[in-house]
Design a protein around this ligand. Structure first.
Ligand SMILES: Nc1nc2c(c(=O)[nH]1)N[C@H]1C(S)=C(S)[C@@H](COP(=O)(O)OP(=O)(O)OC[C@H]3O[C@@H](n4cnc5c(=O)[nH]c(N)nc54)[C@H](O)[C@@H]3O)O[C@H]1N2
Ligand SMILES: Nc1nc2c(c(=O)[nH]1)N[C@H]1C(S)=C(S)[C@@H](COP(=O)(O)OP(=O)(O)OC[C@H]3O[C@@H](n4cnc5c(=O)[nH]c(N)nc54)[C@H](O)[C@@H]3O)O[C@H]1N2
Ligand code: SF4
Ligand SMILES: [Mo]
Length: 764
C-alpha cells in the first residue's frame, strides 16, 4: 500500500458541526501542549502567549486587545502552533543518517513535521543521498561563495515567509538590496497580494482600515471567503462582542463554515457548557468565484433603492471623497439581475436580504481572506468590496471600513519592513540616504516569477527565510524541476518539510530559533517586534531555552551572511546582531511612523501605526479620491463534466504544516485525501460518496491533462452545484503555474478546473 491508500483507508466521515470552540477546543489546546511539550512546561508557555511581556503567537495575524489582556489570550490553534514549535522531539543528524532523501520523499507532510525541531546546519551535496552535518561557518561561506560567483545579483532570489520578525526582515532586505537585487518574493505574493494591489488603487493604502474596537462596534459585518473558526479563531470573540452590541453578520462563502454559525466562547462558563452565541444572521452560499457577480448585485440593489427614493447612499461622502461614481452607477444599472444570479449562484431575493442588512447599518465592515484573494479576478473582488462600502460612506469613520484578515503572524510587518519585490521609490530613497549605498531600482521577481526564472536558468540561488517554498507554491511538478535547476537552495527552518527534499543541485538547511525561544546575543537577551493584521506593532520576548545550542536567530544568520558576502560593506552587521535596538534605530530612520521606535516599545510594549484613511479620511490615490472602479463579471469557464475546485485549510494544519489528519468542524477524521462535492453533481457524474477517485486539472486549451492528484475519497457535502473543495497542499500539483490573479499575480488556488476519475477495481 502507498502512503496515500493507507490514509484513505483511515477515513471516517461524521456530521458537520454547527458551532466552534467550546470545551473541545480547550481540551485540544492543553492536550497538544502537554503531549508535545510536557504538561508543566507546556502550560507555563500558554500563560506567556500574547502577553505584553510574553511572546506573540506564531499562528495567525489576528490582533490582541490593546492594553487589557486576560490570562488566556490565545485559541486552540495558537496552542497548537506553539506546541509544534516547542516540541521536545528533535530531528538530529542520526535521523538524517538513517533516512535518505528518497526515503523521506515517500513520507507525508505530517510525518516530516512530526520528526521534531531541526537542531544543526545540514548540507546535501550534489548527488548525495543523505543530508550531512556542516558547521555554521562552512555553510555560510558556501552561500557567500555561490552568491559572489553569480554573473548578476539578480540571479539570486530571497524568499520570506511571514513568521519573520520586523528586525530580521529589515536586516534581510537591507542585505539583499546591498547585495544588489530586489528579488524578494514572499508568501504574501500567494496570499493577500490581491488585497494590497486592489486597495492601493482604490483607497491609497494597502492595509486594512479598522481596529479591533471598530469591529466590535460596527453594525454590520460582511465576511467574505474566510473561515475564522479555524484560521483566525479569536476573531470569533470579536464577532461575539459585535453581536452583543446588536451587529448583524453576513457570511458569503460556498461552505457554511461551523465557526461562523455559532461560537462557544471558552473564556465564559456559558461558552463551555451552554449553547454559545449565534453569529451569522445571513448565510449566502455563493458559487466559487461568484463574488464579483454578488457584489455587483449588492451595489445595484443599493443604487436602485436610493434611486427609488430610499435614503441609502451617502451622497455627501461620494461627492466629496470619491471619484468615478457616475460610470460605476451606470455599470451597476446596466448589469442584469439574470446575469448576476447566473454568475453568483444566488437569487435576487438572497442578495436583497444582504442589501436590507447594509441599508439598516450606519457602520459596515467587510472582512475577507483567501476565498477572495486567490482567484483570477481577485483584485476585482477587493475593489468591489471597497466600492460597496464607499456607497454608504463606510470608510474613515468609527465602526466602518475594510478588514483584510492577514495570515502569517508577521506577514504585514514584513511588508512594512521592505520585504517586497516592488518597493516604492520613497522607501528606496530613504534606504539609500540612511545607509549610503546605491540601491537597486529595477523591480524584482515575485514568487511565481521566481519559479519561472529558475526554470529558465535565470535564478540560480534561492535563499528562503522560513516557509516551505516548494510545497506552498503551485504545480509541484514544474516547481520541482525549476528548483532542481538551481546551483544552491537554502532553507532557514525550524521544522523538516518538503522544501528540504526537492532542492537545487546543492542544498542547505539552516536551523533557526523560533518565537518561543530565548534569543541571547552579546548585549543580552533580545526582544523582537511584529505588526498584526490591524497595524499594531508589538514586542515579542522568547521565553524557553533554544531547542539546541546550535540554533541561530534569523537576525544572526542574516548578519553573519551579510558580513561574509559583502566584505566591503560599510554597514556594521555584527553590531546590529549584537543589539537589535540598533536595527530598530535603522527602521526608525528609514520607515515612516517608526520614529522613536525603541523608546515607544520600551515604554508601552506596543503602538498603533497611523492610517490616513482611518484617521483622516484621506485618500492618497492618483485621483486624490477614493476610486469607484468598474469590473465586468468574468467567470472561469468550466466545461461540461468538470467542476471548479477551491483548495482550503483544515482545522488541524497551519499552511503546509499538518498537525493531524482531522478536520473536526467539517466532520472529517483520519484522512486529508478527500474532496467535497455536491450530492447532485455526484449523481450527474455517475459517482458515489465514499468512492476513490483521481483528480485531473485542466488549463486553457491544453488537450491532455498534465496535472493529477491521486487517491482521493469523494465526500458528499453542502457546497453549491458545480463546485468542489479539497485540502492544500495535497492538491497543489493541480494548480497551473500560469493560472494567476490579474494585476497581483497571486496563484488562483481557489479556481481550479478539475475532472474526477474513478479508479478501476484493480487500482482500488
Ligand atoms: N489554524 C490555521 N490558521 C491559519 C492558517 C492555517 O493554515 N491554519 N493559515 C494562515 C494563513 S497564511 C492565511 S492566509 C489565513 C487563511 O485563512 P482563510 O482564508 O480563512 O483560509 P482558507 O482555508 O484558505 O479559507 C478560505 C475560505 O474561503 C472560502 N472560499 C473559497 N473560495 C471562495 C470564493 O470563491 N468565494 C467566497 N466567498 N469564499 C470562498 C472557503 O470556503 C473557506 O471558507 O489563515 C491563517 N491562519
Ligand atoms: N493550494 C493552495 N496553496 C497555497 C494556499 C492555499 O490557500 N491553497 N495558501 C497560500 C498562502 S496564503 C500562504 S501564506 C503560503 C504559505 O507558504 P509558506 O509561508 O512558505 O509556508 P508555511 O507552511 O507557512 O511554512 C512552514 C515552514 O516554515 C518553517 N518555520 C516555521 N516557523 C519558523 C520560524 O519561526 N522561522 C523560520 N525560519 N522558519 C519557520 C518551518 O520549517 C515550516 O516547515 O501558502 C500558499 N499556498
Ligand atoms: S487567533 Fe491567531 S494569533 Fe490569536 S491565539 Fe489564535 S492562532 Fe494565535
Ligand atoms: Mo497566507
Amino acid at each position: 500500500m502507498t502512503k496515500n491508500t493507507i490514509e484513505v483507508k483511515n477515513l471516517q466521515v461524521t456530521k458537520q458541526k454547527d458551532w466552534a470552540a467550546g470545551l473541545t477546543a480547550v481540551v485540544s489546546a492543553y492536550k497538544n501542549v502537554s503531549t508535545k511539550v510536557g504538561p508543566i512546561k507546556g502550560t507555563r508557555l500558554l500563560t506567556q502567549l500574547n502577553q505584553i511581556e510574553g511572546f506573540d503567537c506564531p499562528g495567525c495575524a489576528w490582533p490582541d486587545p490593546l492594553l487589557k489582556r486576560s490570562t488566556f489570550e490565545f485559541c486552540e490553534n495558537g496552542a497548537k502552533a506553539i506546541a509544534d514549535e516547542a516540541t521536545s522531539k528533535r530531528a538530529t543528524s542520526a535521523f538524517f543518517e538513517q533516512h535518505s532523501i528518497e526515503d523521506l520523499k515517500y513520507k507525508s507532510d505530517r510525518w516530516l513535521n512530526d520528526q521534531g525541531r531541526l537542531v544543526e546546519p545540514l548540507f546535501l551535496a550534489e548527488g548525495a543521498k543523505h543530508y550531512q552535518p556542516i558547521s555554521w561557518s562552512d555553510a555560510l561561506e558556501l552561500i557567500a561563495k555561490n552568491l559572489s560567483q553569480l554573473d548578476s545579483p539578480n540571479h539570486a532570489a530571497f524568499y520570506t515567509s511571514g513568521r519573520t520578525s520586523n528586525e530580521a526582515a529589515f536586516l534581510y532586505q537591507l542585505f539583499v538590496r546591498q547585495f544588489g537585487t530586489n528579488n524578494l518574493p514572499d508568501c504574501s505574493n500567494m496570499c493577500h497580494e490581491s488585497s494590497g494591489v486592489g486597495l492601493t488603487e482604490t483607497i491609497g493604502v494597502s492595509k486594512g482600515t479598522v481596529s479591533l474596537h471598530d469591529l466590535e462596534n460596527s453594525e454590520a459585518i460582511f465576511i467574505f471567503g474566510q473561515n475564522p473558526g479555524s484560521n483566525h479563531p479569536r476573531m470569533l470573540t470579536s464577532l461575539q462582542a459585535a453581536k452583543r452590541q446588536g451587529a448583524k453578520i453576513v457570511a458569503i462563502n460556498p461552505l457554511d463554515e461551523a465557526g461562523l454559525k455559532r461560537f462557544k466562547n471558552p473564556q465564559e462558563a456559558e461558552g463551555l457548557i451552554g449553547a454559545g452565541t449565534a453569529l451569522r444572521d445571513l448565510y449566502l452560499p455563493v458559487k466559487i468565484n461568484g463574488d464579483v457577480a454578488f457584489l455587483k448585485g449588492l451595489c445595484k440593489a443599493l443604487i436602485e433603492r436610493d434611486a427609488a427614493g430610499q435614503d441609502v447612499l451617502d451622497h455627501g461622502f461620494i461627492a466629496e471623497y470619491c471619484h468615478g461614481f457616475t460610470a460605476f452607477e451606470q455599470n451597476m444599472l446596466d448589469t442584469s439581475w439574470t446575469h448576476i444570479e447566473q454568475h453568483s449562484g444566488l437569487t435576487q431575493n438572497q442578495i436583497n436580504q444582504a442589501a436590507d442588512i447594509a441599508c439598516a447599518s450606519k457602520k459596515t465592515i467587510c472582512c475577507w481572506a483567501m476565498g477572495m484573494t486567490q482567484h483570477k479576478n481577485a483584485v476585482a473582488n477587493v475593489q468591489l468590496m471597497t466600492n460597496f462600502l464607499m456607497l454608504q460612506g463606510n470608510l474613515g469613520k468609527p465602526g466602518a471600513g475594510v478588514c483584510p484578515v492577514r495570515g502569517h503572524s508577521n506577514v504585514q510587518g514584513d511588508r512594512t519592513m521592505g520585504i517586497w519585490e516592488k518597493p516604492s521609490t520613497a522607501f528606496l530613497d530613504a534606504l539609500q540616504q540612511t545607509y549610503d549605498f546605491e540601491v537597486p531600482r529595477e523591480p524584482g521577481y515575485d514568487t511565481i516569477e521566481t519559479i519561472q526564472a529558475m526554470a529558465k536558468g535565470q535564478v540560480k540561488v534561492l535563499f528562503a527565510l522560513g516557509g516551505n517554498f516548494y510545497r506552498a507554491t503551485p504545480d509541484h511538478t514544474a516547481t520541482k524541476q525549476a528548483l532542481a535547476n538551481c546551483e544552491l537552495t537554502v532553507q532557514v527552518s525550524t521544522k523538516l518539510n518538503q522544501s528540504h527534499l526537492y532542492t537545487g543541485k546543492n542544498a542547505l538547511i539552516l536551523p533557526a530559533l523560533g518565537r518561543t525561544e530565548l534569543d541571547q546575543q552579546t548585549s543580552g537577551i533580545q526582544t523582537v517586534t511584529v505588526e498584526n493584521s490591524m497595524g499594531v506593532v508589538q514586542t515579542s520576548h522568547g521565553k524557553i531555552p533554544p531547542a539546541s545550542n546550535l540554533l541561530k536567530s534569523e537576525v544572526a544568520i542574516v548578519a553573519d551572511l551579510a558580513t561574509l558576502t559583502l566584505p566591503n560593506s560599510q554597514i556594521n552587521w555584527l553590531q546590529m546582531k549584537a543589539d537589535y535596538r540598533l536595527i530598530r534605530d535603522g527602521i526608525a530612520q528609514v520607515i515612516p511612523d517608526f520614529e522613536r521606535f525603541n523608546q515607544r516599545i520600551e515604554e508601552f510594549g506596543e503602538f498603533e501605526l497611523p492610517n490616513v484613511v482611518r484617521d483622516e479620511r484621506k485618500f492618497v490615490t492618483a485621483s486624490g479620491k477614493a476610486n469607484f472602479i468598474v469590473h465586468d463579471i468574468e467567470s472561469v469557464h468550466v466545461p461540461a463534466g468538470c467542476l471548479l475546485m477551491m483548495t482550503i485549510r483544515s482545522h488541524d494544519q497551519f499552511n503546509t504544516t499538518v498537525y493531524t489528519n482531522n478536520d473536526r468542524y467539517r466532520g472529517i477524521h483520519g484522512s486529508r485525501r478527500v474532496i467535497f462535492v455536491n450530492a447532485e453533481d455526484l449523481i450527474d457524474l455517475g459517482l458515489q460518496a465514499g468512492q476513490q477517485i483521481d483528480i485531473h486539472s485542466h488549463w486553457q486549451n491544453e488537450k491532455i491533462h498534465t496535472r493529477t492528484a491521486d487517491d482521493f475519497t469523494l465526500v458528499e457535502y453542502g457546497i453549491p452545484r458545480g463546485c468542489a473543495a479539497a485540502y492544500y497542499p495535497e492538491t497543489n500539483d493541480l494548480i497551473p503555474l500560469s493560472s494567476v490573479a490579474d494585476k497581483s499575480n497571486t496563484p488562483a488556488y481557489k479556481s481550479v478546473v478539475i475532472s474526477l476519475h474513478k479508479k478501476t477495481d484493480k487500482e482500488n
